[in-house]
Every structure is written in C-alpha cells, then in structure tokens.
Write a protein that binds this ligand. Structure first.
Ligand code: UDP
Length: 335
C-alpha cells in the first residue's frame, strides 16, 4: 500500500482528497495544525470511509516536528494543501502569509530531498493568471502579477517547486484550481469558513440559513451578459479526484515531464447572478441579495480550458452547478 502525506488534510479540499485517497486504498498520513480546520473532521473522514488516516498536529514551519513525521513514515508521495488562503487577510498580514506559505513549503521540500520523496502535487490557483487576455484560459496563458499576497505565495510556490524539479530527480504536478465549491454527498465534510465568509458560496448558504442578512453581489457593471462577474465553479469532489489521477500518474512514472501543470475547472463560466439563481432553483428557496460596488482586486471573467487534464489525466469535472449547490446547502444545514 502506498503511503501518501497530505498536508492540510483536514481542510476543505484536503479532507475531500483524503476521502478519495482512502477509497482508492492509499494509506494516508495527514499533517494539519488545525489553523483553519477542526479535529472532528478526522472522525467524519473515518465515518465516510471506515478507515483511519494517521494525523499529526504539526505546523509545517516547525521543521523538527515535520522531520519526525518522515522518520516515522516511509512516504511515497505528497499532496501539499496546507496554506493560508484568505485573499483580503493576506493584504493585512503579508509577513504571516509569506512565512506560513513559503517557509512551510521550503521545509516540506527539504524533507522530500532528505527522505527521497519523488512525487509531489501542489495546490495552486487560477489567480496566477490574473485577468487573462484570452478565454478560456489554457495552461500556456502568461502569468500576471498577482493582485494579492495570497496570489503571490501561490506563484512563488510554483516557481520554487519548479526550480527544485529542474535540478533533481523530483516529479511534480502543479494543479491550478478555478473556484472549488460544494461538499461531500454525505454532508459529513465541507467548507468551514472562519467568521464572515469571503467566498461566494458560503456567503450564499449562510444567507439562505439566516446567518447573514443579505448577500452583496459585488458589481453589476462588468462587461458580461448580466453585468456580474464570471467564474468557473468546480465541484470539490471532482477536484479531489483529479489529485488522485495526478498522484497516480507520478507514482507510476507516467508523467511526460518532471513539471506538469493542469488547470482544474469545468470549462464553463457562470456569472454571480447565475449562481444565485441556480442555488435558488436547486434548493427551492430564496436568497436575499443586493447589488454592491465591485470588490477590489476582482477580475471580470475567468474560466478554464480544462482539455489538457482530460487528455493527460483522463479527468474531467462531472457534476453540474445545481448539484454542487445542493450539496453546499445540505452541508450548511448540518452546521
Ligand atoms: N462574490 C460576491 N459576493 C460575495 C462573495 C463573492 O458577489 O459575498 C463574487 C466575487 O466578486 C467574484 C465571485 O463572487 O466575482 C467569486 O468570488 P470568490 O471570493 O468566491 O472567489 P474568487 O474568484 O474571488 O477567488
């Protein structure tokens, strides 16, 4: 059985990926310091899979403790999620963001060298493209200077990993996610936003639940059909499955280069207004909303050309927007 280290394995995308790994019979070791997750997610993972991943409450910045994880476990591959991810907060706390996201990554990369781990999946983001000149966005689109410190940590992360891969026998896949949404069909795991949600879907579900009074749709003067901004919303379980495909490709030496990059999206753009309408239809309820000024740093439109992942990873997003939004609401109702 292959042993996979998942950093941030109790977080939103991490926990869904751990479930998929366990269901595909990988052995899983989670490193998560609970900085943006809860310990009970571990019990939920066990409940869904009937399997028990090992968990270390270790902060990646603590190199000594991280080394212990590798001493105690012969790791075959790594999926690296652990990072701070709030765009707005990253502008207020640049030092903390760089320290956490970059030092954490460097410590992990040191361990890959010391303990000879050759397969590495990195959780990146479509923010690296900024407002792309052409849509849909392919992996060859030029990278733009990110608007936020968070975005910069993802871009720097990609570069650091690529530099390591270019001088060593180290194989990596950089996965650039579009907008992950939804929750596991069991409604046992899902997104747990801290405080007031920044992201659209948790704000919508909390508004529907009466926790927030009203959703603000940021901008209705964008040059789009209904004036609201367009994103590519991808189901978190579909996204999780792409990680298993990528990892398996690396473990089986099927990769064609030691750095591969894939966009993970549906290929379809949806406007904020369309998302709100789809949420209302899928769940047969109404969401209070108003139009508000544009949010600083937001772009007009981003959606993926995900054909490379289909060709090379034999992966594609399968779940409809409405189905995603049903799972998001089912999860919200449990909270
Ligand atoms: N959005 C919104 N109201 C909210 C949160 C988000 O209108 O309360 C919009 C946001 O301006 C963007 C889209 O929803 O156009 C997706 O935003 P999110 O923060 O979820 O993801 P991003 O694409 O910014 O990473």
């Amino acid at each position: 059985m292959r042993k996979i280290l998942v950093t941030g394995g109790l977080g939103y995308i991490g926990s869904h990926t751990v479930v998929e790994l366990l269901e595909q019979n990988f052995e899983v070791v989670i490193v998560d310091d609970l900085s943006n997750s809860k310990q009970w997610i571990l019990d939920r993972i066990k409940k869904i899979t009937n399997k028990e991943p090992k968990w270390y409450n270790v902060d990646l910045k603590n190199s000594e403790n991280l080394n212990l994880v590798f001493e105690e476990n012969k790791i075959d591959g790594i999926i690296h999620f652990a990072a701070y991810k709030a765009v707005g907060e990253s502008q207020q706390k640049p030092v903390e963001y760089y320290e956490n996201n970059i030092i954490g990554l460097l410590n992990l990369l040191k361990c890959t060298q010391k303990y000879d781990v050759k397969s590495f999946i990195f959780s990146s983001s479509c923010t690296v493209y900024g407002q792309a000149d052409e849509l849909p966005i392919t992996e060859n689109a030029p990278l733009k200077k990110p608007e936020s410190v968070y975005g910069k940590t993802k871009q720097f992360g990609e570069e650091i990993i690529s530099d390591v891969a270019s001088i060593s026998n180290f194989n990596t896949i950089l996965l650039r996610y579009f907008n992950p949404i939804g929750a596991h069909p069991s409604a046992l795991i899902g997104e747990l936003p801290l405080g007031i949600p920044n992201n659209l879907i948790p704000f919508v579900t909390q508004t529907a639940a009466g926790i927030r009074k009203e959703l603000s749709i940021f901008g209705n003067d964008y040059p789009t059909l209904d004036g609201t901004a367009i994103r590519d919303y991808i189901y978190v379980v579909d996204l999780a499955k792409a990680h298993i495909k990528g990892l398996t490709r690396l473990l089986n030496n099927e990769n064609s280069s030691n750095i591969e990059i894939y966009n993970l999206g549906t290929g379809k753009g949806s406007s904020v207004k369309e998302v709100v309408d789809a949420f209302e239809n899928a769940n047969n309820l109404k969401v209070n909303y108003k139009y508000a000024p544009r949010r600083e740093g937001d772009i007009t439109s981003a959606y993926a050309d995900a054909s490379l992942a289909k060709e090379q990873l034999n992966w594609e997003a399968k779940t409809s927007l409405e189905e995603c939004l049903r799972t998001a609401w089912n999860w919200q109702k449990t909270l």
